[in-house]
Design a protein around this ligand. Structure first.
Ligand code: AMP
Ligand code: ZN
Length: 469
């Protein structure tokens, strides 16, 4: 993607406002440096295919970027690849592959899925395993400043009692488990229980089961703990203070609280000015998990005949601060909704993303963008899109229509404007039968149902025709 002019496009001053997890209020997003909005997203752990829950988070982060750019801001989007941790090492060893071979396969699959979902490519996608020297440097600084210690077992831990602000993002002090109770405990696993506040590992001593996956360090052979990679890569690519940090809600504690501790103690600075967390996707009313058999990947859904765009539509159909309950039925509804938008726009050329960034008159769709800009209300923006579909007339209206689609990252399927969907044909047939039976109430009701979906029936002497309204 080409860069926008510095400071964004002249004349645009539409500001995106977003809920901040730390300050617990909706605040305007403005770049610290007055020029470029710089943000970091914790990326995928590449030990298997990402599931559609992960993609809820990545799609929302993509929408945030699009909303900022359509508002006239230049952005710098950094998203890491977690290619060294407990899970990637465990599974690469089990697969008999090198860590590099194993993670490359899943990283490539992730990129294929992102492209199918029309997510803009981050400007920088650093790999954790390629930043081990930066992580070692950070540990050395933390030890020197008294925030970390090497233990007898050859690992290095962050001393949470050395940092007064520890746990401020997740408000650890107001949760049941207070810091003091557990500060003598240590967490060695990359992911530990969310109610277990403990000194966490920065450098893990080499274990037999790690195979060849170890690196030399001042503390002997081993590898970095998972929380450290983001702190080290953020410092390298965004500096000590940057605009926004994001992930799914499960990352608030301990991962993001640990990142704050590591970064503030080693680099000073403010770290992230704003925290953006996305609520989890649920499936058929339950948490998505392998054991329940309700974990879907994009490939699973494509194999069932659904498109990536239908998945994206479902992921945008609810507000990011509330859970979305994913069902296969919701994909059918998404297909119909996309087809309806496509029929309305049939015959018009879809501008490319760059063209959609131009201009600032969105006609009847101004409110849709306004809704999106107020705490990324994707569902509200979609609602506005449908509300004004019938009234779009002017060039500005159509520019607005495509700008809203571009902000949501939705592309439309190819449709034949005259093709009547099967369910519409069925409604029209039932209406004709009701009419033949002189059941005017049912006939009127069905005419209303058709109109609500954008169709009218024209009756002749011995038949009827259904056409888009
Ligand atoms: P992972 O690959 O496990 O490191 O996760 C990648 C991203 O997906 C992180 O930001 C997670 O917080 C997020 N995530 C995990 N599960 C879900 C879910 N069910 N819904 C939304 N986001 C999720
Ligand atoms: Zn992270």
């Amino acid at each position: 993607m080409q860069a926008l002019p510095e400071g964004g496009e002249k004349g645009k001053a539409r500001c995106v406002r977003l809920f901040d997890t730390e300050k617990r209020e909706i605040l305007p997003l403005e770049p610290v440096d007055g020029k470029t909005y710089r943000f970091y997203c914790c990326g995928p752990t590449v030990y298997g295919p990402a599931h559609i829950g992960n993609f809820r988070t990545f799609v929302l982060q993509d929408v945030l970027r699009r909303a900022l750019e359509i508002g006239g801001l230049k952005t710098k989007h950094v998203r890491n690849i977690t290619d060294v941790d407990d899970k990637t090492i465990r599974d690469s060893v089990a697969a008999g592959q090198t860590l590099e071979e194993f993670t490359a396969k899943w990283r490539d699959q992730f990129n294929v899925d992102c492209q199918a979902l029309n997510c803009l490519k981050p400007h920088i996608e650093p790999s954790a395993v390629k930043h081990i020297p930066e992580q070692i440097t950070m540990i050395e600084e933390l030890i020197e400043k008294g925030n970390a210690y090497a233990s007898d077992d050859g690992s290095v831990y962050f001393k949470i009692s050395s940092y007064e602000g520890y746990g401020k993002l997740s408000r650890l002090d107001t949760r049941e488990l207070a810091l003091g109770k557990t500060q003598n405990e240590r967490a060695n696993s990359d992911e530990y229980d969310k109610d277990n506040a403990a000194d966490f590992v920065l450098w893990k001593v080499r274990r037999d089961e790690d195979g060849e996956n170890y690196w030399e360090s001042p503390w002997g052979q081993g590898r970095p703990g998972w929380h450290l990679e983001c702190s080290a890569m953020i410092r390298k690519y965004l500096g000590a203070t940057f605009d926004l940090h994001s992930g799914g809600v499960d990352l608030i504690f301990p991962h993001h609280d640990n990142e704050i501790a590591q970064s503030q103690c080693s680099c000073g600075g403010e770290f992230a000015k704003h925290w953006f967390h996305i609520t989890h996707l649920r499936v058929d009313g339950a948490k998505m998990s392998k054991s329940k058999g309700n974990l879907y990947t994009l490939s699973d859904l494509e194999a069932k005949g659904h498109s990536a765009m239908e998945v994206r539509y479902v992921l945008l159909s609810g507000h990011y601060r509330k859970p979305i309950n994913f069902t296969l039925d919701s994909l059918h509804a998404a297909k119909e909704a996309l087809a309806k938008l496509a029929r309305a726009a049939a015959g018009r050329d879809t501008p490319n993303y760059r063209e959609s960034l131009k201009g600032d008159d969105y006609g009847v769709f101004s409110l849709a963008l306004k809704k999106l800009n107020e705490d990324l209300n994707t569902a509200g923006a979609l609602g506005e899109l449908f509300s004004h579909l019938k009234s779009a007339r002017s060039e500005a209206d159509w520019h607005g229509f495509f700008a809203v689609l571009a902000a949501l990252g939705l592309t439309l399927p190819k449709v034949d404007a005259t093709e009547v969907p099967a369910e519409i044909q069925e409604l029209a047939k039932r209406r004709w039968e009701a009419r033949q039976a002189k059941d005017w109430a049912v006939s009127d009701q069905l005419r209303g149902d058709l109109a609500a979906q954008g169709w009218v029936v024209k009756d002749g002497n011995d038949g009827y025709e259904v056409v888009p309204s």
